[in-house]
Design a protein around this ligand. Sequence first.
Ligand code: ZN
Length: 505
Amino acid sequence: MSLKIYNTLTNEKELFVPIHPGKVGIYLCGPTVYKESHIGHAVGPVIFDAFKRFLCYKGFKVMLIVNITDVDDKIIDQAAAENCNVRELAERITRQYLDAMAQLGVTGIDQMPKASEHIPDIINLIERLINKGSAYVSGGDVYFDVMRFESYGKLSNRKMEDQTGRREVLGQGKRHPNDFALWKSAKPTEPAEVGFDSPWGRGRPGWHIECSAMSMKYLGDTFDIHGGGMDLIFPHHENEIAQSECCTGKNFAKYWMHNGLTRFNTKKVSKSDPEMQRAMEKMTLSHLLNTYGGEMLRFFILSTHYRRPIEFSDTEMESKQKSLNGFYRLFDRLERLTSHSPYDEKQPTLHKPQVEIYPEKHHAFIQDILVMRNEYLDMLDDDFNTAGAIGTLFKYSNSINRFLDQNQAETIQDETVRFLALSAARSLVEDARVLGLFVEKPPKTSDHAPDHLREDLIGLLVRLRADAKKDKNFALADRIRNELSTLGISLVDHPGGTQWTFADR
Ligand SMILES: [Zn+2]
C-alpha cells in the first residue's frame, strides 16, 4: 500500500507524492519559549519525529525543521513578570525544551532555527513583499495587505467577508482589519535586547513572517509538508501561505498536516485557584517525564490518531502504563525462556520463506505474525494511523503469549517453540521501532517485576502437580488444580504435559 495523508488544504486523504522523488521536506511550527513546556508541546514533535522515522523506513530522505520562536510578546511579558533578561529567559526555556525532546526520543529534527538568529532573512522577505506591493509601512510598523492575496482563506476555508463582518477596530494605521504585522516597531517600555535594526527603524518581526522566512530558507520556496497543531490553521498558517505565495508566486507547502490538541480532564476552575495551579504543574513535561519516563509519554501520544484530540488524565496515563508494561512483561518472559532479549538486533525476525522449515503445527502462528506485520505497515500508510498500528502491536503480543501458553513453554523444553516466539517478538520490536518505540531496553521496574514471580510460581505448582500424579498422589494433584482454578488459572492436560492459562487472557 502507498502512503496516504489527510491534507487540510484539500480536506481529503491524498496519495503522498513528494515534490522531488525520494526526498521529503517537513516544517513543523515549534514552541514559543516563554514558560515551561507542558504535555501539549510534546505532541507535534513526537508525531512528526515518528512520521519522519516511518518515511525513512520507506526509503525517503527526510529533512525535518522545527523552529524556536524566541522573539514574541509573551516572552517579553513573562520576562517582565520574572524580572529577568528576555534573552536569558528564552535560552533557559529552550534548554528545558531540548532536554525534554531528548528524553522523548525525538532525535529526527535536523535543524531548530531561532527567529532571533534569522532577522536578516526575515527583513529580506518583508522588503520583497513591500516591493511587490503586498505589504505597506505604517509608522515604524509593516503590515501585510490581505486584500492583495486573492486566495486568502483557502486553508481555513474562511471567506474574507466573514472576517470583515467581525468589525475589528482599525488601529495602528491598518488598511483592513485582517492585515497583520510583519514588523513591529520597538516600544519605549520594551527592554533593549528585544529590538533589532531594520530599514523601518528598531523593532522586531511578527510571528507569522518568521515561519515563512525560516521554512523557505531551509526547504525552498515550495516544500512537501507543513505541520502544526489545529489551533494554528487560522490565522498563523493562513498568513504564512499569504506571505510566502505573494512573495514567490509559487505554491508554498504541498500538504498541510494538523495534529489534534490536548484536552485536560480537570475540573474547570479559575487559573489563580491553587488546585488549578497544581493541576497545571502536573502537566509540565518535566514532571511527566520524571513520573512516567520518555517512552511511556511517547507511547501515550502515539496511542491516539494524530488528528484526534488527546485526552489527558491520570486515569488515562495509568491505563497506558499498564498496556506498556504488558509488552515489557512479554519481552522479559522471552528473555527468561531463551536467555536472549527481543531488543537484541542480532536475533532473527520472522520472514515469509521461513514458514516451511518449521513443523506444520506452528504454521498458523507464523502466518498470523506475518499478517500482522503487513497490517501494521498498512495502518501507518493510512494517514499515519499510529493508534491502529499500536493496536496491531497488542495483537502481536497476545498472539505470542498465547503461543507460549499453548505450548507450555515454561514447563516443556521445546527449542523450536521458544525460538519462534523470540523471533516473533523480535519482529514486534523491529516494527515498533519504526515509530521510535522499544528502541532501548527499559530499566527493570518494580511495576512489572511481580508478574515474573507470578508466572514462575504457577509453573512451579504445575510441575509439582505432575510429580504428584507420577507418585499416584491424585488427591494432591486435584487439590493443586482446584485451588489454581479458584485463583483464575485453568489447567488443561495434554499427552505432552499440562497447559495453563489465565482466565482473563
Ligand atoms: Zn509557524
